[in-house]
Design a protein around this ligand. Sequence first.
Ligand code: HGY
Ligand code: MN
Ligand code: MN
Length: 398
Amino acid sequence: MSAAARAMARADELAGCSERAGEITRRYGTPELVAARELLEAWMLEAGLRTRVDRAGNLIGTLGAGERPAVVIGSHFDTVVDAGRYDGNLGILLGIGCAEELAGADPAHDLTVVAFCDEEGTRFPTAYFGSRAFLGAPLPDGALTDAEGATLAAGIDIAGNAAAEPGSGLPANAVAYLEAHIEQGPVLEAEGHPLGIVTAITGGAKLTVTLTGTAGHAGTVPMGLRRDAFSAAAEIALAVERLARDDGEAVATVGEVAVAPGAANVIPGRAAISIDLRHPDDERRGRLLGRVREIVADVAARRDVEAAVDVVHDERSVVCDPALGERMRRAARSIGLDPPSLASGAGHDAVVLSDHVPVAMLFVRCAGGISHNPAESVTEDDVAAALAVLTAVVRSAE
Ligand code: HGY
Ligand code: MN
Ligand code: MN
């Protein structure tokens, strides 16, 4: 079996580690996340990597004695809800494949492969929890809770490693962080390229807007006397969509909606929506955030409801290291490819690593650009090309 075929088969096996039958949902702090990590650790050990799990639950595999400059290859193994099988996971499997390809060779670099335990922030209001913890950041407040009221501390008890030494897991001799990731967009497929070199990673903010009105009888309260929290939330959602459309470069998404008390014949007294707002230009994103606050205040006043805006995170846009990107491009050209440059609309752990080491990202074509969706798919040939590029960069001293 080729290394690419093995990576694809392993992605299928990881897909079985899911909280819900028939789909892929693997959030931080669940036994399913730990089961996936155990599979990854077994594959890392088979590939000759020495492994350890850090306090948060990241899995770190190391090849080399620490005497050569180190390349770090990583991505995440947590998922969104009803996810695809390649988002994050493929990048880790390619790192392990790289170690397998280098077995017995005399590469110019040491190699560290990192599986980050929480990039998506699907369960807890955290951002890049795994990669931040990997770099030694203090763990977030354990009292943070998920939608069911379970605490982050309980999640860390399940997925973390209390015996692990605190501190950064980045090797002292690290010279580069490489992340291979599905493009999650349609450009490479549309232009007929298997791989792309990422120039920049778009910054984004995640907000929770909570509205409080008055629950009431759906049959007896006249429309003009209502304090309907969900209708206010709906008006805000549509106004934020309009704001992004009018901007032209921004994207805004309301992906989570909660309504209480949640009965068909009760006027909602409480409602909460998430707002995911992204723009490549940090300053314009800041102005858009200001407009969102104004929209919330205006709707709340007109509808006589209380409103609270909580910024869960606001991540800057990051430019990938051009020289490292060019090294990957040269490696791609050495196997007959000529990957285009493109920006990433999605966030990645490389954003966090970029403060500590030069980062580069390699995008892999995905069918229809579909992602955050079980229909996510890649081809073995494209995976093989990505593996060849990563291996060439770790092997060569240039
Ligand atoms: O939301 C993102 O861009 C990434 O999937 N966490
Ligand atoms: Mn994702
Ligand atoms: Mn991802």
